[in-house]
Each structure stands twice: as C-alpha cells, then as structure tokens.
Design a protein around this ligand. Structure first.
Ligand code: AMP
Length: 463
C-alpha cells in the first residue's frame, strides 16, 4: 500500500513525502479512505501508530476547497491535554505547509486575547482542549454550527480526565450532519456509549491492542534500593553506564520529580522537569528545550506520559514502578517511536515486585533484569508483615489519574469535568478513585537499601 493509493490530494502527498514517510501506517491505510469518503471512523489505536496523520491528512485534502467564516471553524479537533493539542497543531503546520488554512489552538493556561484574534480572523481548523473550547463558546467567540469534521482524539484519556460531559456537550453543539473521526486506545463502556450515541454507522478500525509494546523497545529491569538517596545514587550510576541521546525519566509523584531533577542537576546532568504543578508556559518551554535537544534529560510525572511524540528519545527510565500497569505501556511508548530503536529501564525495589508482576501480567511477558538474574519476585519478596503502608498521597499520582474501574472516572470535583483545566490546583480525583489508587494497586517503598548487583562494587550512598 502506498500513500498515492489512498485518495489524498497532490499537495498532501507532497507534504507526506517531505515528511519522509514512505508507506502509510496501518491506521492511516485503513482510516484515510473512509475519512476522505465522508464516513465516520472509530479508530481504536494508541499514540505512536501514526493516527495524527490519519485524521489530519484527510482534513487537509478535503479543505482545499471552500472558505471559513469568522468564528465558525469547519473542523474541530479535541485533545485531552494542552501538550497533545500543541503537538497536533505542529503536525498540521508540517503537513499543511502548502495549504493556506488558518489553524487556531485553543488551550487553557494562556491568555484569551490571541486566541480571540485568531477566531475573529476565521480559523478553518480549531484544535482545542474541551474546557477552553467551551469557554470560548460560552463567551460567544466561537460557533460550532459550521463544523463539518469533528475529531475526538484520545477519548479514553478524556474519560480519565473527566471530560466526557464536555465532549457530549460539544457533540450537541455541532451539526448532526458532521463527520466524526473518533480515536481511543481502549473502549470502556462510557466511551462505547458515547460512540453509540453520536457516531453515524462508523467504520471501526482497530490496529493495536492497548497493552502492546512496539518490538523496537528493549526493556530491562534494574534492582534498586528503596532508600531515596541510595536510589538516586544507583540511578546516576545507571545513567553513566549507558550511551544516551535523550531520555525521559518518570517518577510516580510530583514531589519526587522535583527532588530527582534537582539532585541530577547538582551532579552535573543537563536535566529539566515537567509536572502538573508548573504553569503552561513553563511546561511548553521545557518541552521545547527537550525536543530541540537543549535538555538531554527530562524528569516527568505521568502528565507527560501519554501521547507526547518526541522522536529522538533514546531511553525511557522508570525511576519508580508505576502504580498502574497500563502507565508502564504509555511511559515506555515515548521511545522506540516510528520504527526507531529505544531502550526502557525500570528501577525496581523489593517492595515494588507486586506492581512489577502486574505490569508483566498486562504485557504478557517477563522483563529481563539488567544483571541477568532471575525474576527475584519469589526469592526476594519481603514477608507481608514488613510490607510498608501505601505511599504518601500525592495529588498528581493519585488525583490526576482517576481510574476507570468502579466509578465513571469524572476526575474533576465540580461534576462538570473541567475544573482542573482552568485551575491546576482544582485537580482532584473523586474519593473513590483516590482510595483505589492508594489501595492494593499501590506498592510502598521499602526502607532497606538493596543495592543492585551491577553496582555493588562501587556503591556509596551519597546524593
Ligand atoms: P502519532 O501516533 O500520530 O503520534 O505518530 C507517531 C509518529 O509516527 C510521529 O512521529 C509521526 O511523525 C510518525 N509517522 C506518522 N505517519 C508515519 C508514516 N506513514 N511513516 C513514518 N512515520 C510516520
């Protein structure tokens, strides 16, 4: 299958060639012909599959004709996070370099004035996070009754973040005759209900199961002490032992992101941080510096785990074993993108073996230990009586990722689902989700320092 067989315009084909793509990915090959034919598409695909191009290329092809009026976009693309929205805007800029289409990015955390100006001038395509979009609509700055193509991206992430009521409202504000391109990595019942209600006989396309990890990522486990200083020391030694181009380092808690970033910087590493406590400008600025290679390391909370597409990330480190197994898949998916090779290392202390087992269960295989040892879960497991209590509550670890299990996962406390987009401090999970996150799914850090075998000779606890 080649791009030229999909029905895309010459201009779009030229942009695809300029981007260096030789063959459509599976989701592109399957979705683009239906999208061009005006059909609704339900794409079950995760990030990294090339789904951004699967919806942007048909929009560009279809919008070569026709014009947009002020404040009445022809296409609306909804993204769960500001970073993803900005990333889609970048992709549109790349693919649409030769199209004279106006694109407006409507995200929270930045002033309304520039966004208003763009809308007044007439934006063909609006890319938005749901909260900010509705703010514009409520202020009378935006009308959605000329939307021809509505894209809902990362719908299951929207569910996690409590955006489903907003998405429903937005569906109702757009014309019944719109075309909908809807993407989700998984199809929990709430998402199924939404697609049943608002999509018109969609073409369903499924390209990869949610727990799949691309074959180009080499995964390794590293035995690590639980004591924080010793763990950071072990981590630095690991970093120094590897050849790294750029690396993302994930911590479970925002607090640890800050501590680790500061500690690494103090030890001479070129490192930045990204987490939900930072304002939007600082987040974008840090991401840009990481993307451009000015920063070699980026320590991140799970806010950065999903969807971010930074092609040159050679390594992903899990400084902690994630509390939720599926986060492991999202985190390490930041490397090995678009066919490149990537390496993923995870530090594992004794107390984290239960969480490790959950990950191995999800991905359906055992991950090798760097020191070549056997799976230590059985032999090293601490007696239950020594198991520490749940880790201290941390807003981002627990609240920002309300789980789907049990409750509907409406992450915002106001029941309306977008409080945190306006005010990060308002980001709260329902009590049920918080408790869920702190219950059996979390594994505490042990107090004892168990030094990884490969470091034992040189280990000195200093930070
Ligand atoms: P996405 O899943 O949309 O985040 O895309 C993941 C990555 O794949 C991005 O870096 C794209 O630039 C890249 N990509 C998209 N389509 C293709 C293609 N047909 N061939 C090679 N790379 C692609």
């Amino acid at each position: 299958m080649t791009f030229s067989e999909l029905g895309l315009s010459q201009k779009v084909l030229a942009a695809v060639e300029a981007a260096g793509y030789t063959q459509p990915t599976e989701i592109q090959a399957q979705a683009i012909p239906f999208a061009l034919a005006g059909r609704d598409v339900l794409g079950i695909a995760q990030t990294g599959t090339g789904k951004t191009a699967a919806f942007t290329l048909p929009i560009l092809t279809r919008f070569e004709k026709g014009r947009t009026r002020a404040r009445m976009p022809r296409s609306l693309i909804l993204e769960p996070t500001r970073e993803l929205a900005a990333q889609v805007a970048d992709a549109l800029e790349t693919y649409g370099a030769k199209h004279k289409l106006n694109v407006a990015l409507l995200i929270g955390g930045v002033s309304f004035a520039d966004q208003d100006r763009k809308l007044d001038r007439g934006a063909d395509i609006v890319i938005a996070t749901p909260g900010r979009l509705l703010d514009h609509q409520e202020r009378g700055k935006l009308m959605l009754n000329a939307v021809e193509i509505l894209v809902v991206d990362e719908a299951d992430r929207m569910l996690d973040m409590g955006f489903i009521p907003d998405i429903e409202r937005i569906f109702k504000l757009t014309p019944f005759t719109r075309q909908t391109l809807f993407f989700s990595a998984t199809m929990p019942p709430e998402i199924q209900r939404l697609t049943d209600a608002f999509l018109h006989t969609p073409e369903q396309i499924e390209v990869a199961p949610p727990s799949s990890i691309v074959a180009t990522i080499e995964q390794k486990l590293v035995r690590a002490p639980a004591e924080p200083m010793a763990k950071r020391d072990a981590f630095r030694k690991l970093l120094r032992s590897l050849e790294i181009a750029t690396a993302l380092v994930f911590c479970n808690r925002k607090r640890d992101v800050k501590v680790l970033q500061r500690s690494l910087a103090k030890h001479g590493f070129n490192v930045g941080e990204i987490h939900g406590d930072m304002d939007q400008h600082a987040r974008m600025d840090t991401l840009e510096r990481f993307r451009s290679g000015t920063l070699k390391y980026l320590v991140a909370s799970d806010v950065a785990a999903r969807g971010l597409d930074i092609p040159k990330v050679s390594h992903v480190f899990n400084f902690d074993v994630p509390y939720h197994a599926e986060d492991y898949v999202h985190r390490i998916g930041r490397t090995g993108r678009a066919g490149r090779r990537g390496e993923a290392y995870m530090l594992v202390s004794k107390a984290e073996h239960k969480a490790l087992a959950a990950i191995e269960g999800l991905i359906g295989k055992k991950i090798d230990w760097l020191d070549g040892g056997h799976d230590a879960a059985e032999s090293e497991a601490r007696p239950a009586s020594q198991a520490a209590a749940a880790p201290p509550a941390d807003k981002e670890a627990t609240a920002a990722r309300p789980r789907r299990r049990g409750s509907r996962g409406n992450g915002a406390s106001n029941g309306h689902g977008r409080a945190h987009e306006r005010d990060p401090a308002a980001k709260r999970a329902p009590a049920k989700a918080r408790q869920g996150a702190e219950r059996g799914e979390t594994v505490a850090f042990a107090e004892t320092a168990d030094v990884p075998a490969f470091l034992r000779r040189s280990f000195t606890p200093a930070s």
